[in-house]
Design a protein around this ligand. Structure first.
Ligand code: NAG
Ligand code: NAG
Ligand code: NAG
Ligand code: NAG
Length: 460
């Protein structure tokens, strides 16, 4: 810190170690007079004191270098080092990276490990936007949240399985925008990704998951949903050099086509309007490629014509918004060859509606094992036993499948599909062929991750 501007006569009174700083006392107030690489400083009793960020900012006391990258301090009692780099020691809390507190001895270090995570790739140099329309041909961003989740499993594993988990950690996965606060995470993802392609999944439609209970939620109303979309749209406008894939609303088309309960039927018009609105915004941004989700072949292949009609109606009401294509098999376990049949059927049906040139992406996060026979018995979509991590994300994966833009890990493999207990309990998650012990949908399910890892194909 700099002493020059303060009453230097008082400097000698100085140093006193505290929980806030190795040499200075904690401030009793929160007024920041000065900020340097150590952190935030105040002045009290005519001397420097160190701002107690635990009290003032609700976090631990860590270097502002973490905060300037958009991360919070870990809580003071968390000294569990998950990662080290030039910024210091990193921990993970609530599936987020956080900076470990000074009281863990976390003074800035020199680079201590070879660094392959995405955080350091946040650079100011950016390549100009690429020319290919298939953004999966670009390097894909590896999601910090997934890394943090896998880290919690790495800590519980040992031996070969642990080594494998360390590799899985860096596989690119989609970032889900599925709760109110997620709009605030968009800048963080875009900053971290730099010129890599970020794949977002928008999953916030009102009365989400109207046909089941595991993932109920979403925006409170269509207007709130529009606000959510606008917020993300405006953020993206501030990152014109980013390359973004936006996958829209898994399950919604499936429910629009086959909804057989009032809960879904009552919201059909609203769901169509919501999708049209999202496409009218993201589908006009030159650095965004939109893929509308269309469930999976086992669900909709026999309804391909009806599916194409619904999609066509949504696109016609989307103003100037365009989609690049369709995503399928999100969170499911279908084999690519089966999905591709669905892609071909749906493509033909869309062509007859006047929508040509659609591309497809398929979620391969959990389809490494062919569980089709067992799965089709009960369609247990929740934490299905026997599944394995599938093919790694890849652009244009198969020359025999020219409609395919990419394999992508869209579902975050290892996050639960739902739980058999609690307020969001879903009976499907209580079945024999669903792995038991799951937390709520979206939370990390270590046992399921281990199963997916053991069954991975290709293996890690
Ligand atoms: C969801 O929960 C509601 C109320 O708790 C219940 O009536 C309904 O049957 C559940 N739906 C499913 C698909 O389990
Ligand atoms: C999609 O999921 C189903 C299982 O529901 C699976 O049979 C199919 O192969 C998957 N498709 C792709 C392309 O992964
Ligand atoms: C997956 O299993 C099903 C049922 O056993 C079989 O019909 C199908 O051909 C298999 N698919 C692949 C890609 O192996
Ligand atoms: C499939 O569902 C049937 C009827 O709901 C049930 O009796 C059977 O145990 C289920 N199979 C598995 C493997 O859970």
């Amino acid at each position: 810190m700099k002493y020059t501007t303060l009453l230097t006569t008082l400097f000698a009174v100085g140093a006193m170690a505290s929980q806030c700083h190795p040499q200075y006392p904690c401030c009793s107030g929160c007024d920041v007079i000065y900020t340097d690489t150590d952190g935030e400083w105040g002045v009290e009793n005519y001397d420097w004191c160190f701002i107690d960020s635990n009290r003032c900012h609700g976090g631990g006391n860590c270097s502002p270098a973490f905060q300037s990258q958009g991360y919070q301090c870990c809580s003071n009692n968390n000294c569990n080092i998950v990662y080290q780099d030039g910024t210091g020691n990193w921990g993970v809390e609530n599936n987020q990276w956080c900076g470990l507190s000074y009281n863990c001895g976390n003074t800035p270090t020199t680079r201590t490990t070879t660094r392959t995570t995405t955080r350091t790739t946040t650079t100011t140099t950016r390549r100009p936007a690429q020319t290919s329309d298939n953004f999966f041909e670009n390097e894909l961003y590896s999601n910090f949240k997934f890394q943090g989740e896998v880290d919690t499993s790495i800590a519980k594993l040992s031996g070969q399985l642990q080594e494998k988990a360390k590799k899985v950690k860096y596989v690119p996965t989609a970032a889900w925008l599925a709760w109110e606060g997620a709009t605030n995470e968009v800048p963080q993802y875009l900053n971290e990704a730099g010129d890599k392609t970020v794949v977002f999944v928008l999953y916030m439609i009102p009365t989400r998951d109207c046909n089941a209970n595991a993932s109920v939620g979403g925006s409170g109303s269509l207007d709130k949903y529009k606000g959510y979309v606008d917020n993300i749209y405006n953020t993206i406008n501030r990152y014109p050099n980013s390359r973004i894939v936006m996958i829209l609303e898994p399950d919604t088309i499936g429910n629009l086509v086959t909804a057989n309960n009032d809960n879904c039927r009552n919201v059909q018009n609203m769901h169509k309007q919501a999708l049209s609105y999202a496409i009218s915004k993201f589908g006009t941004q030159s650095n965004v490629r939109v893929y509308l989700d269309a469930a999976h072949g086992a669900w909709l292949n026999s309804h391909a014509d009806r599916t194409a009609q619904v999609i066509a109606e949504i696109l016609r009401n989307a103003g100037n918004g365009k989609i690049r294509g369709i995503s399928t098999n999100i969170s499911n376990y279908q084999q690519v060859s089966d999905e591709y049949q669905y892609h071909q059927n749906l493509n033909r049906a869309l062509e007859s509606q006047g929508f040509r040139g659609m591309k497809f992406i398929v979620d391969t996060s959990r389809n490494g094992q062919n569980v089709t026979a067992a799965f089709s018995r009960n369609n247990t979509w929740c934490n299905f036993k026997g599944a394995g991590l599938g093919p790694r994300p890849q652009a244009n994966p198969n020359p025999n499948m020219p409609l395919l833009d990419a394999y992508m890990w869209i579902k975050t493999p290892g996050e639960a599909d739902g739980s058999a207990t609690g307020s969001r309990a879903d009976p499907v998650c209580a079945r024999q062929d669903s792995l038991q012990g799951a937390p709520d949908a979206g939370s990390w399910f270590h046992d399921y991750f281990v199963m997916l890892l053991q069954n991975a194909n290709p293996a890690f």
